[in-house]
Design a binder for this molecule. Structure first.
Ligand code: NAD
Length: 460
């Protein structure tokens, strides 16, 4: 314990010292770092795929799409635009500031801590790291101990790619986390559950460290009566069963117009069969639950529910066949906690007003999905319900583009990232007024004769 604490303290001191040297301010150097990272990820692509398979049984198709490809694309996107983003930006000059020039300079925070979860253990550690390095910070990455193979590979890759004063991985469980949270970081970027998010924010508050919290919760998916049901079913099943439902933005539960519920249930069953066959739990490309504890938790959620399809499971492989629950009770455990697994409750509704009231009365979700072509329904749902982000007639895709900020609101998180927003998240905007010495506007001075009159004209 003491040794772990000393090691962590020494690393942070080293990173802070390196940051103070000013070397990370050099944009060329940052671009070089991103390039090194890109090459390392390519070099170890096979090891990453193997680790993701071991920890979560991710197929190569899924692992490349949701973990490796998306991160390589983020490096490419950011590298192409970094020089422009890092330049000081001119700001307008207020009349009261006549003669001066104003500008905003993005500056790195310093030494940042990135804490990642186990469900996308590679992407959710590396994607914030890209933003942190691009913005000129040094970084300590703490991967999840629940995905130990990925944690090991990450540690190896970062160690080979960067000197520890630039970026380093600290592996470990609760003790390492607690020690890290005692350190004087300049920024903390956390991805994980709501309860742990509160622990992080409390620890950060003690030192007034700014935070980004990428959290979770129950994300609703609404299917209105005019939706294209076959297409909706395919896209919902894709969103729900990617990583066997262990996705923060997976549709947690479905709210379906009563008139089309029966037809949609049928289309969902067909889509599951089309993607994973008659027995998904035996399909090698279908994900497993991360560990026994989560497996048991999910099995418990099925108790006393009206499971209309799936739900069979293999404890030895930790796989659960996608289970659809018809008309789950709002008070039942499956509707109380974030499901985070291949279980989909489907609940009927009569009017879109009822849906809006229901969702509004619960914590603000991280994602929301709406299947409809009805303009008025789209407008009402999007404008009246607050949520992190989402899609109309699709699932997950809003999180897979560098052009959109990704993050929650309310209980689902604070702050956002991806693309330019990653750079902005890890940069402080420093405001500068460059005053002229050619003349001196004197109305602000206490001795000014007409000072108050002029100020009242300018500031009204
Ligand atoms: P978690 O909150 O249990 O753990 C996340 C990280 O926090 C891990 O690295 C873990 O080691 C660390 N941690 C755990 N307990 C801690 C403590 N007491 N003090 C300090 N650090 C601690 O989350 P998880 O189970 O790894 O991930 C699942 C959750 O994450 C779900 O709620 C999911 O919705 C959410 N999630 C959110 C996003 C997003 O982008 N918003 C992405 C993925 C997952």
């Amino acid at each position: 314990m003491a040794e772990c604490a000393n090691r962590i303290e020494a690393i942070i001191a080293k990173q802070k010292q390196y940051f103070s040297s000013g070397e990370t301010l050099d944009i060329k150097k940052r671009l070089q770092q991103l390039d090194i990272l890109r090459h390392s990820l390519k070099k170890y692509e096979h090891d990453i795929l193997e680790a993701l398979h071991k920890d979560l049984n991710k197929s190569e198709h899924e692992a490349y799409m949701t973990e490796i490809g998306i991160v390589l694309e983020e490096i490419r996107f950011i590298s192409k635009r970094l020089k422009k983003w890092a330049k000081p930006k001119k700001a307008k000059t207020a009349l009261s500031h006549i003669g001066s020039k104003s500008m905003i300079i993005p500056e790195p925070y310093g030494t940042v801590l990135i804490i990642a979860p186990w469900n996308y253990p590679f992407q959710l550690a590396v994607s914030p790291l890209i933003g942190a390095l691009a913005a000129g910070n040094t970084a300590v990455v703490k991967p999840s101990e629940l995905a130990p193979s990925v944690s090991g590979v990450l540690s190896k890759i970062i160690k080979e790619a960067f000197p520890p004063e630039c970026a380093t991985v600290i592996e470990g469980g609760i003790e390492a986390n607690q020690e890290l949270l005692r350190q004087p970081f300049d920024y903390i970027f956390f991805t994980g559950s709501v309860p742990v998010g509160k622990v992080i924010m409390e620890a950060a508050a003690k030192q007034l460290i700014p935070v980004t919290l990428e959290l979770g919760g129950k994300s609703p998916c609404i299917v209105h009566k005019d939706a294209d049901l076959k297409l909706a079913a395919a896209r919902i099943v894709f969103g729900k069963l990617t990583n066997a439902g262990q996705t923060c933005i997976a549709p947690d539960y479905l709210l379906v117009h009563k008139d089309i519920k029966r037809e949609l249930l049928q289309a969902l069953k067909q889509a599951i069969q089309r993607f994973f066959g008659n027995a998904p739990e035996n399909n090698p490309a279908y994900g497993k639950i991360v560990n026994e504890r989560h497996f048991e938790r999910l099995i418990r959620l099925l108790h006393n529910e009206n499971v209309v399809t799936g739900g069979t499971y293999h404890k030895d492989t930790l796989k659960i066949a996608p289970a659809i629950i018809n008309e789950a009770d709002w008070e039942s455990p499956v509707m109380q906690e974030e499901i985070f697994g291949p279980i989909l409750p489907v609940i009927g509704y009569e009017t879109i007003e009822d849906v809006i009231d229901l969702v509004q009365s619960r914590p603000k979700p991280l994602a929301l999905y709406l299947f409809t072509n009805d303009k008025s329904v789209k407008r009402q749902v999007i404008s009246r319900i607050s949520f992190g982000g989402g899609c109309i007639n699709d699932t997950l895709m809003h999180a897979a583009t560098p052009y959109l900020p990704f993050g929650g609101v309310g209980e689902s998180g604070i702050g956002n990232y991806h693309g330019h927003n990653s750079f902005k998240t890890f940069s402080h905007e420093k405001s500068i007024v460059k005053q002229t010495n050619r003349f001196d506007v004197s109305f602000r001075y206490p001795s000014s004769k007409n000072g108050l009159r002029i100020i009242k004209k300018l500031l009204k």
